[in-house]
Design a protein around this ligand. Structure first.
Ligand code: HEM
Length: 471
């Protein structure tokens, strides 16, 4: 009952009302290019709206049978949600965590497993507490919290699509390339369908290059994809209290925007460009992060070809990144309809020739302080006075020692594994569980937002107060 009232409230209050399945299907047909497979398969006209009006004309009782042919997500709602995501990004500077959200949902894919959803991938499983608690996903509950109100507003979109939509939109809004996305991903429905822990890459394996290949080849991706996708670290920060990596804060992160702190790979960490490849090559700035797996991009000869190219040529990086990101976003996805669907405007637009990011300027962090030769006091986690070899350099040294070559540790201490955290502590898992339940999730069920229940409570309260005043 409460759900029905909430649903009617939603219809009344939503600025883009289309929650009823038939209305959703009808609007979808007007604004997007919808693959013809459904209608072709069923011998229907290509404009679903007409078949619904035919049905309406017969009052649902005539000779025409209503044939349900609905994508996993409603294309019109995907389009509207994209606008909401743009607003969310502008106000919360959450571009990086949205990219990470999309990547961690899809990056669990295993091409050797043929059954869905056991193969993992972009199936929305990351919305479940069971998967959010995987060590690699520390902090992603925050992304889910941000995006859940958009899911509530657009119930005709699957989580799997929403995560990928948010990620691709974040890249584009940060000044990155247009990603040739398609939508229609089906969601898994229960936590038991989550992939096992351990499918995402580790930042500090014994042999980073080998490890990256093992993980990304398992997804069906290649060396070019590995290097291009690693370039997503041009955005965002690493936080010791989440992954265990990075400094608690640096001169580039101490004032935000967004929640301050962490260590970024680049100076302008809300701007998508090729500075990641330049910065991890130069390694001049102690305040910038280089993970062992980032360092591997220049240490491995095959990776280095691409890393060098992207450092020199942003256009080449954007092109390869867009392709690799699209591939990543489709991994393991079951599409309904099977070909997925594109948003029409994305089809029409010409590929952009690596523009100077304009939108990112609004979202970019305040201009970085001019680097000063005076050494800054280092945070406790990485004292400048103790020039330990960077973790990346240690890993390299191990590899070189194996080959008999002399290790060449660099006096660069940016990447530091703060406290050897591999798995989330029990208290952190409990905290995630509490937060998850706090906004309507339950460990055993998909998220159910209590947003509309709250509205109803407020309305009931107001009605009560009014009746008191009137009396
Ligand atoms: C190549 C193997 C990779 C490793 C070992 C790795 C590791 C990490 C780590 C340790 C963090 C810090 C998380 C935190 O403390 O909050 C991080 C953040 C991030 N990663 Fe990766 N990552 C990899 C690949 C990727 C890929 C393929 C993408 C996207 C296509 C990506 C996108 C990001 C983004 C955007 C952030 C910043 C998140 C934020 O600021 O909240 N990473 N990654």
């Amino acid at each position: 009952m409460a759900e029905r009232v909430a649903a009617s409230l939603l219809r009344a209050a939503s600025p883009s009302p289309a929650p009823s399945p038939s209305a959703r299907r009808a609007t979808a047909a007007t604004s997007v290019s919808f693959p013809s497979s459904c209608s072709a398969r069923l011998g229907l006209r290509s404009r679903p709206s007409s078949r619904f009006s035919q049905n309406a004309a017969t009052g649902g009782r005539g000779a025409l049978r209503v044939v349900r042919c609905m994508a996993a997500s409603d294309p019109a709602q995907v389009k509207s949600a994209r606008e909401d995501i743009k607003e969310l990004l502008k106000t919360t500077y959450s571009h990086p965590i949205m990219v990470r959200l999309g990547w961690h949902d899809s990056g669990t894919y295993d091409k050797n497993i043929k059954e869905w959803p056991q193969c993992g991938g972009a199936d929305g499983s990351l919305r479940f507490d069971a998967e959010l608690k995987h060590g690699a996903n520390a902090g992603l509950i925050n992304a889910l919290k941000l995006i859940q109100p958009i899911k509530d507003k657009y119930p005709g979109i699957t989580y799997a699509d929403l995560f990928q939509l948010a990620s691709a939109t974040a890249i584009e809004e940060a000044g990155g390339p247009k990603i040739p996305m398609k939508y229609g991903r089906v969601d898994v429905t229960a936590p038991a369908q989550c992939p096992p822990e351990g499918r995402l890459p580790d930042a500090s394996p014994r042999d980073p290059a080998e490890h990256l290949r093992e993980v990304f080849y398992r997804m069906g991706l290649d060396d070019k994809d590995i290097v291009a996708l690693s370039g997503a670290h041009t955005l965002g920060r690493s936080r010791p209290d989440r992954s265990g990596w990075g400094k608690p804060e640096t001169k580039y992160t101490k004032d935000g925007p967004g929640e301050p702190g962490g260590q970024s790979w680049t100076v302008e960490w809300l701007k998508f460009d090729n500075s990641y490849f330049k910065d991890i090559k130069e390694r001049r700035d102690q305040d910038l992060l280089v993970l062992p797996t980032d360092a591997a991009l220049y240490e491995d000869p095959s990776f280095a070809v691409y890393a060098e190219k992207y450092a020199e040529d942003q256009e080449a990086f954007f092109k390869d990144y867009a392709e690799a990101h699209a591939k990543l976003s489709n991994l393991g996805a079951k599409f309904d309809p099977p070909e997925g669907f594109s948003l029409e405007d994305e089809k029409k637009e010409e590929p952009e020739p690596t523009p100077e990011p304009a939108v990112a300027a609004a979202a970019a962090p305040p201009p970085p302080p001019t680097p000063t030769p005076t050494p800054e006091p280092e945070p406790a986690a990485a004292p400048a006075s103790a020039p330990e070899p960077v973790a990346a350099a240690v890993a390299t040294a191990t590899a070189e020692e194996k080959n008999g070559a002399a290790p060449q540790p660099e006096p660069f201490v940016a990447a530091k594994y703060s406290y050897g955290k591999k798995e989330l502590s029990d208290s952190m898992k409990q905290k995630i569980r509490a937060e998850y339940e706090g906004f309507g999730g339950s460990p055993d069920k998909p998220l159910q937002s209590n947003y509309f229940l709250n509205i109803m409570i407020v309305i009931a309260g107001l009605a009560f107060l009014t009746s008191l005043v009137m009396n």
